[in-house]
Design a protein around this ligand. Structure first.
Ligand SMILES: Nc1ncnc2c1ncn2[C@@H]1O[C@H](COP(=O)(O)OP(=O)(O)OP(=O)(O)O)[C@@H](O)[C@H]1O
Ligand SMILES: O=P(O)(O)OC[C@H]1O[C@H](OP(=O)(O)OP(=O)(O)O)[C@H](O)[C@@H]1O
Ligand SMILES: [Mg+2]
Length: 377
């Protein structure tokens, strides 16, 4: 399902964050009737649908990185993947992805862990298949003003001990996380708390006098700083990043969902493993493959994933086939690239070629075993 491996998701429609659905099985663009809207949602399909549905964030923070990870270009038709030919991609708001997984209208989805935890509310039907897709990093964190009565308050414990909060005058927290917020406060021993919900610009609530604290997502911390707010010790409710989720019911009951989940998991893992690495090939003069390998392994940055591949380069000299040169292939972490080139040169490497890696398939992923065991299979 990744164009980087020439196995991109295939769609019959131009993928745009405004189109709802891309069918993964048709190769020729089809004229589509305008979808009808029911309360802002496309009409439900019959329950006995055959297609497998993957929900991806339609807009916002997660959208671009998800499209990048899956190599779905919103302005492009994507090619067919025979293996995932029964997969439809639906663009939805993150919280709607979770809701539609629970209602059975989606089978798989990618969202932030914060969204699954808030809107999934520990529902047993939601299974996290891959918990670390390495983007969308943020934390759900409690923040209070840097000024006034909060100036010397630096932890949840100190906040809880403030005499200001009583039954009649509780701590007012503005948040969009109305499930996780109260749960966290209860667990943290903060007794006198009320919550107000808001959808955006939460950071302004304390300065406006609408709330005393906020509970919101933080990544760089810039928004908090700009609004004279601070995080406090013990105030992180959840560390979040993008995750692949699936419906237990779908995986067990719907034909092909478990296989598709397995394949997505394999590809995602292999891709995530690969994006940090380069393939390095070089030529090296030597008397034997073993002697060349020994020279390479004497360098700390040239060990590769499982040691170097060393192959003789044959040429004909005076009518005889000889191999004075060897071609070597290693994988090198992107961060160590320049150091590796220096080390290669130091041991006589020349003609160094660097190529990006798309996938590294290792042994069967432990996440697959974990998934099967969660499903009781
Ligand atoms: N500052 C941030 N840095 C990194 N990731 C973030 C940040 N804020 C949010 N995210 C991640 O991106 C996800 C989507 O956030 P985004 O703001 O795009 O949507 P949203 O506010 O939930 O959308 P909507 O209001 O339409 O429901 C969040 O659930 C979280 O996982
Ligand atoms: O720590 P920072 O890097 O400053 O990021 C934090 C901000 O990012 C999120 O909002 P977003 O920009 O997604 O806008 P939204 O309120 O429209 O969702 C979050 O609600 C904060 O406002
Ligand atoms: Mg946001």
């Amino acid at each position: 399902m990744f164009t980087t491996m020439n196995l991109p998701l295939h769609a019959s429609l131009p993928l745009s964050s405004r189109s709802w659905c891309c069918y993964a099985s048709l190769s020729v663009p089809q004229p589509q009737a305008e979808p009808q809207l029911l309360n802002g949602n496309p009409p439900a399909r019959p329950l006995d649908r055959k297609e497998i549905r993957l929900g991806l964030p339609s807009k916002g923070r997660m959208s671009a990185d998800t499209l990048e990870l899956l190599k779905v270009n919103p302005r492009q038709y994507v090619a067919e993947i025979p293996q995932l030919s029964n997969l439809e991609v639906w663009f939805q708001r993150p919280k709607d992805i979770v809701r539609k997984l629970l209602s059975g209208d989606l089978d798989l989805g990618i969202v932030g862990l914060d969204t699954v935890s808030e809107h999934g509310q520990c529902n047993e039907d939601l299974i996290i298949v891959h918990e670390a897709l390495e983007y969308g990093d943020c934390r759900l964190s409690l923040a209070i003003p840097q000024y006034g009565i909060f100036e010397n308050v630096n932890s949840v414990e100190e906040l809880a001990k403030m005499p200001q909060w009583t039954e009649d005058k509780p701590l007012r927290v503005a948040t969009g996380f109305s499930y996780l917020g109260p749960k966290f406060m209860k667990e943290s021993g903060l007794k006198h708390v009320t919550f107000s919900t808001a959808d955006g610009a939460l950071e302004a609530a304390p300065a406006m006098g609408i709330a005393d604290a906020i509970l919101d997502l933080v990544s760089s911390g810039t928004t908090l700083r700009e609004n004279n707010l601070k995080e406090i010790k013990g105030g992180v409710v959840l560390e979040s990043q993008a995750v692949l989720i699936a419906s237990r019911k779908s995986m067990i009951q719907r034909k092909g969902v478990l296989e598709t989940t397995h394949e997505m998991l394999e590809r995602l893992e292999a891709h995530l493993r690969a994006i940090g690495q380069f393939t390095v090939t070089a030529n090296m003069r030597g008397s034997s493959a073993e002697e060349v390998a020994e020279r390479i392994l004497s360098q700390p940055s040239l060990a590769g994933l499982q040691g170097p591949t060393v192959s003789p380069v044959f040429c004909k000299r005076d009518g005889k086939v000889t191999s004075d040169y060897y071609a070597i292939v290693i994988c090198v972490p992107k961060k160590a690239l320049y150091k590796s080139i220096q080390q290669l040169r130091a041991i006589g490497g020349s003609g160094v070629l660097i190529s990006p890696l798309t996938y590294i398939f290792d042994e069967e992923t432990p996440r697959w075993r974990q998934l099967l065991s969660k499903l009781g299979l």
